[in-house]
Design a protein around this ligand. Sequence first.
Ligand SMILES: Cc1ncc(COP(=O)(O)O)c(C=O)c1O
Length: 364
Amino acid sequence: MKANKNILDIKPYVPGKPIEEVQRELGLERVIKLASNENNLGVPKRALEKVQSKLSELFLYPDGSCYKLRTKLAEKLGVDKSQLIFGNGSDEILQLIALAYLSEEKSAVIANGTFSEYEFSAKLMNAKSVVAPLKDYTYDLDAFAKALGDDTNVVFLCNPNNPTGTYFPAKQLESFLDKAPADVLIVIDEAYYEYAYGDDYPQSIPLLDNYENIIILRTFSKVYSLAGCRIGYGIASKEIIEVLNRARQPFNVNSLAQELAVAVLEEDGWIEEVRAINEAQKEYLYQELDKLGVKYLPTKANFIFIDIQKNAQDVFQALMKLGVIIRPMTGFGFPEAIRVSIGLPEENKFFIECLKKVLDSLRK
Ligand SMILES: Cc1ncc(COP(=O)(O)O)c(C=O)c1O
């Protein structure tokens, strides 16, 4: 029995240990996780209360069309219900895109220094990945335009970019969309959309009126704090959604995720509250990092890319021993950088205290 070579070529994802396990192994009183850009404010209490009564209905299969959520979200976004697809996280939608639009004969254009699931999706289908380099840690859509080839079928754009936290402006996006052939699917992954601000940050939904070859991906995992539920969505033309639905499993989004997503959308003022805390904490972290003389990239998201200029794995291990889990950027192609999620005030303070200790010890 032989597995497919493209599958064997994929480096298996190595999941981090559960927090409790790290705590037990290291004998620590406290361990905080700032590694996956979650929203540590947690799920809004009212939303949790609203779904309590639904627990007893878990014997039923979920609604395969996510009707309630679809109706609510379509209204909120000002799109037609047929323009939405929901997935078990936006990760699943990336896979559906790969299943539907990539194959051995086709290629995808992907930045070097971006979210790893794009390359993974391409490998899954044995499609070729063409690399477009970042410029100053930011997507350079001119480089993407140059990387387009006859066999390009999908382009993956991440805005703001994970892990650098930078975004490309609206003008650059429109000029790229004008250059890209209409039969190439342009994926605009906006997992951190709600955190991004700036007059030149692209508002991508209105672009759907002029460009029929784009799909916008967003998620309930970040600002809406439902990462553990696994629910994300895509917005595109009815035709693209129709294609992706063919590859989708009928019950891909569980009932609790659907109910919670509706409930968090009903939380008035939630996004503003989360953003205000994120902004204030970002400033706090900038100030403290400046004091430490550590370089970082100003971020448009809920994480900071820190150019630590030391072996990222060593910094990661040393911080973990003190009870802070962050993400070394080695696998993203930055062996001397780390990415830290912007946490709650006391978590950020603890992270800075620990980082000071680690930098002191690595200097010795
Ligand atoms: C850029 C980007 N896209 C997609 C995802 C996946 O999100 P989800 O939890 O919806 O699968 C992440 C998660 O970290 C991300 O950073």
